[in-house]
Design a protein around this ligand. Sequence first.
Ligand code: ZN
Ligand code: ZN
Length: 381
Amino acid sequence: MSHDSPAAFLPDGDVYLRRRADLWSSPELEGLDAFLVTASIHHRYLCGFSGSSAHLVLTRDGSRFLTDGRYTEQSAHEVRETDIVIVDGPLRNFLGDHLKSWWKVGFEAGRMTIAELKLLEESCPGITWIPVTDCMERLRAVKDEHEIASLRGAATIACQVLGHVASGVEPGQSEREIVGELEGNLRKAGSEGSAFEPIVVSGPGGSRPHGKASDRVVREGECLTIDFGAILNGYHSDLTRTFVPGAPVDEFLEWQGVLDRAIEAALAFIEPGIPCQELDRVARAVIDAAGFGEYFVHNLGHGIGLEVHEAPHLSRTSAGSLAVGMVFTIEPGIYVPGHGGMRIEEDVLMTENGPELLTRFTRSLALPEPESISNRLLGAE
Ligand code: ZN
Ligand code: ZN
């Protein structure tokens, strides 16, 4: 496995101060005295902490990070521009020390259970808890430089690992063995782990877009779909290719051509400000025109970042539009029940000048040759 894979790196503290300033200028936080951040991914986004079991209390003029003794060392190393408070006992019991009893305090309503809210209310009498939704998700949809560099690195790792693993695939190997190869090589290449459990499906099983890998062995002439991703600095890539070991029949070559044209049509259409649903429509029209419309059964794509599915959502009904700094997938597929399926998925960065592909890997159905991996990483056919 390659040793020149992108390595993890931390942003400087200014990055977090900028993100918090953007957060406080959100309409959802208007009139609030404080915002309680409970989601782990948002701790990472707003102060750098990558562990669990913490509360981040943001006020307009400062921030407190509450965690317990298990994270003393880790929080000192990771948390930036924030006062760290190590407590002994349930975190909510110490919130009152940092919030005034007459305050209005926002909480992450989409990330908390009703039982957790009840406990909060009991531990902090007097405080008015205000549900806040969508605000963090909207901010996170537009990536800053550190995030773009992280996503670029995660996409590069996925391409390196796919080149390595796919070039070693042989008929007779099981889907599950290939999952193991992907997971092991992701770690070796510097990924924090799998972005999600890799999808490896072959033959008729390929008609299930999110099928689970089984003991089924890969056979010559059948489609083999691999969908997986890397994680760098907490940021997820998401890459799919379908291969056909041996010589593909004309039908599979036709599918590949349709999906390739759908991706190219989407890329040609992408520019800042276009409605997300228009992008879905443009790619879907190519598949419809080829007569496979009924077999493309999911949305065109989704944002990637600290979560593997996040804003923007590229579907027939999504309301948003594309902004510079968004990073998202384009993943058309054809799934014929009982027969087989194929998907090609790219990760794309919206720049001022148009789309930039972060995943650079051939869309050919042929399994890559080991010696040509470096060429394929450069996008050569
Ligand atoms: Zn995927
Ligand atoms: Zn995806």
